[in-house]
Design a protein around this ligand. Structure first.
Ligand SMILES: [Zn+2]
Length: 445
């Protein structure tokens, strides 16, 4: 008995003694670069959390990162040449189990760095964001101006392609990444909106880089609508789930288990994409007040209703009504919807989502929904249609439950008399499902 105990005791003591030279050494396993318009992000994959020191040097401009108790597993990969800020990377050992990484810069960039804990497919990461000071200041000023600007006479559409950068979103069987599909659809929509007189598009991201959810919804302020575009997997991992669906915010639970699971996936995006916790908690993400909230949700549902009939012509609908869940990105004081353009986990949907023809058709369907929502959204904020845009061509409107001639006239920038005239109506009686001819708005106004 006794010797066994002694041996055990001996090993127990041995485990408690720190052995010099055997200190935990962190491996630098990989590096990725994500250039955004105003900054470039470098992400280092690490085998564990690391201590580091970061400083800048000039002549020539460079950033030096000393990682303590770390080693390179293999030489750092070449980063490509598509950053306006980062020219290249060099590395070398430091005395006493360290690694020095030198980032050669094209301009005197301002670095911000933070560590990320394991999330999604990634382990520990060190993130270095290198800002172009001139562009970052311009961007901040533009964002502030958008928030305090008097309502524009244009119909402003914020287009939000989901994910980006380190966050690929969902991945299909053929390796299709959601972030690329939704960017392609968003670009098509951007082109359509920008070509429409009286409409203006703002993209939350224009390339392959991550934008925090709070920044995305902050860009929605001062706009008329916010459209987030996605193509997720079925969280239940069923390859059968397919089709498009439209989501609005819910303040009280989700309308389905799928909606709930999708929202919780989407809300986790920041952890995978990589967000500095300080930014999230600094209050940029202040949520709208209760009073505007319910009104905005009602408008978001109506906006979604305007989209569904057009989406249905492009793809089967997964759900015929606008579903709701607690999507963080939709928490802004403007009507906001999140459109799942299809399930990338479904092989048929994936093939479709990859096709530029389908991407364009989807963008066109969303655009038609926007055109349908534009009159009532503009009327709501008191912008006369005549001023807001070029005269609309005559078109048809299907009467919905609760509509009155007066309301239809107002939201289409016309008068009750003109409506009566165009439709040869004697009284004011209309019924749900009735087709009304809407006369061209404006003209001489
Ligand atoms: Zn998504």
């Amino acid at each position: 008995m006794r010797p066994v105990r002694l041996v055990f005791f001996f090993f127990a003591v041995l485990l408690l003694i720190p052995v010099p030279g055997l200190a935990r050494v962190v491996s630098v396993e990989n590096v990725r670069m994500w250039p955004a318009p105003d900054y470039t992000r470098l992400v280092f994959d690490l085998s564990g959390s690391v201590g580091y020191r970061l400083f800048t040097l000039s002549n020539p401009d460079r950033v030096v990162i000393d990682l303590h108790d770390a080693r390179l597993v293999h030489p750092l990969p070449a980063l490509g040449n598509n950053s306006a800020i980062v020219a290249g990377l060099r590395s070398g050992p430091r005395p006493g189990h360290g690694v020095r990484i030198v980032v050669d810069l094209r301009l005197a960039a301002q670095p911000r760095s933070f560590l990320l804990r394991p999330a999604g497919p990634y382990g520990h990461r060190l993130v270095i964001d290198l800002y172009d000071p001139a562009k970052a200041a311009r961007d901040r000023a533009r964002l502030r101006a958008m928030e305090i600007a008097p309502p524009s006479r244009e119909f402003v559409v914020v287009i939000d392609p989901g994910h980006g950068g380190d966050d690929p979103g969902a991945t299909g069987h053929m390796g299709t990444e959601e972030k690329n599909v939704v960017l392609a659809i968003a670009r098509d929509l951007d082109r359509l909106v920008s070509a429409q007189p009286g409409m203006k598009a703002i993209m939350t991201r224009t390339g392959d880089y991550y934008v925090p959810l709070v920044t995305r919804r902050r860009m929605a302020r001062g706009a008329d609508v916010f459209i987030s575009i996605h193509a997720d997997s079925d969280p239940g991992r069923s390859p059968d789930a397919r089709g498009a669906s439209v989501y609005a915010l819910s303040e009280r639970g989700a309308t389905s288990a799928l909606a709930k699971a999708l929202a919780s996936n989407e809300n986790g995006s920041d952890w995978i994409g990589g967000v500095n916790l300080g930014d999230v908690e600094s209050g940029v993400g202040q949520v709208l007040g209760d009073l505007t909230k319910s009104a905005t949700i009602a408008d978001s549902l109506r906006l979604g209703d305007d989209m569904l009939p057009y989406l249905q012509r492009v793809a089967p609908l997964h759900s015929r009504k606008v579903e709701q869940a607690g999507f963080v990105v939709l928490k802004s004081p403007v009507p906001s919807v999140l459109i799942e353009t299809g399930f990338i986990s479904n092989p048929r949907d994936e093939r479709r989502l990859r096709s530029p023809v389908f991407q364009e058709a989807t963008a066109r369907a969303i655009f038609k929904g926007l055109r349908r929502a534009e009159p009532w959204l503009l009327a709501r904020r008191g912008v006369p249609l005549r001023i807001a845009r070029a005269p609309a061509a005559p078109h048809e409107y299907t009467v919905r439950p609760g509509d009155t001639l007066m309301r239809i006239a107002q939201s289409h920038g016309t008068t009750v008399a003109a409506l009566r005239n165009a439709n040869r109506l004697r009284g004011s009686t209309i019924f749900s499902g009735m087709q009304l001819r809407i006369p061209a708005a404006g003209g001489r106004g």
